[in-house]
Design a protein around this ligand. Structure first.
Ligand SMILES: O=P(O)(O)OC[C@H]1O[C@](O)(COP(=O)(O)O)[C@@H](O)[C@@H]1O
Ligand SMILES: [Mg+2]
Ligand SMILES: [Mg+2]
Length: 337
């Protein structure tokens, strides 16, 4: 069997599914940046990349050195390609305009450059999450500087999304809206090679992922649902469940894509103004797109995540995603509460 590299797969997509050449190029550039981030992460203490900076990001979180380095790698890689109009990231207060050129590229790139920051210094899997939107044409005028408004599109308008996971293997999981493919980095070849075709999330599961330390702050529907999971064969659901929590969304979602499960980060009564911890545009939306494309479901408890119209770049959202049967159950508990 000939090896199918990411480049070969993207060329085939251009031929058979009319994937535009500039989108193909954009994905190639993001994948190249992920390879560089993977290399940087793997150096650890030898490369002096562990630990924190003196700075905080726009959300008031202390930035790790690797948060900043990964952000710079993605910015630099994508700045001059001609395929983008602007970029936005967890680590930047506002949108980053592609300098100078007119006409601008056709796409917007949004990313979480390094997901799972709390796991960097303890050598646990981290990753990069990205989402690609079309730049709306009304934002294309020569004099306009492209503001936040261009980005505020529901996740259903994503044209591509993916994540790289830097674990025992580095993998890139990608959707162009036609299923999900998984590529493993072959370090000798220097290429991502297709290793996981036609990925499907099993509809049923007996595994859940939630940060249980927040239990006392959850609302009633989540208390009810997790209570039933914990009750096992003696409870309403009549089966035993196992729990996993890696605290890197990429790693938790990757496990769910591989063998099923439900991932939850509900809203929290400690800060009622914040609808959850995770960010809609560069964490929940790309992951929801991937999970749905693999046959799973993703909601905020009330509605499909991909239908939410964002109000701001760094908006937060409650997340329930993974195996359909369980996501539908917890969503129904919210809707009937
Ligand atoms: O610290 P907690 O409550 O376990 O939260 C873990 C969650 O926070 C995140 O680390 C947030 O991502 P960042 O590292 O990009 O800020 C998710 O990856 C993960 O699911
Ligand atoms: Mg993150
Ligand atoms: Mg991050």
């Amino acid at each position: 069997m000939p090896r199918v590299t990411l480049s070969r797969y993207l060329i085939e997509q251009t031929r058979s599914h009319n994937t535009p050449a500039d989108l193909r190029f954009l994905i190639e550039v993001v994948a190249r940046a992920c390879k560089e981030i993977s290399h940087t992460v793997s150096k650890g203490a030898l490369g002096g990349v562990l630990g924190s900076t003196e700075t905080e990001n726009v959300q008031g979180e202390v930035q790790k050195k690797l948060d900043v380095m990964s952000n710079e790698i993605l910015l630099e890689a994508n700045e001059w390609g001609g395929h983008l109009a602007a970029m936005a990231s967890e680590e930047m207060d506002s949108a980053y305009q592609i300098p100078g050129r007119y006409p601008k590229g056709a796409y917007l790139l949004v990313f979480d450059p390094l997901d799972g920051s709390s796991n960097i210094d303890v050598n646990v899997s981290v990753g990069t999450i990205f989402s690609v939107l079309r730049c709306p044409s009304q934002h294309f005028s020569q004099n306009d500087s492209l503001g936040e408004a261009a980005f505020l599109q529901p996740g259903s308008r994503q044209v591509a999304a993916g994540y790289a996971i830097y674990g025992p293997q580095t993998m890139l999981m990608l959707t162009l809206g036609d299923g999900v493919k998984g590529f493993t980095l072959d370090r000798e070849l220097g290429s991502f090679v297709l290793t996981h075709d036609a990925i499907r999330v099993p509809e049923t599961t007996h595994e859940f992922a939630i940060n249980m330390s927040n239990q006392r702050h959850w609302q009633a529907p989540v208390q009810r649902y997790v209570g039933e999971l914990l009750a096992g064969t003696e409870g309403a659901l009549g089966k035993n469940y196992n729990m996993r929590w890696i605290a890197s969304m990429v790693a938790d979602v990757h496990r769910i894509l591989t063998r099923g499960g439900i991932f939850m980060y509900p809203r929290d009564s400690r800060e009622p103004a914040k609808p959850g911890k995770l960010r809609l545009m560069y964490e929940a939306n790309p992951m929801a797109f991937i999970i749905e494309q693999a046959g799973g479901a993703a909601t905020n408890g009330e509605q499909r995540i991909l239908d939410i119209v964002p109000q701001s770049l760094h908006q937060r959202v409650a997340v329930f995603l993974g195996s359909k049967e369980e996501v539908e159950r917890v969503t129904q508990y919210h809707q009937t509460a």
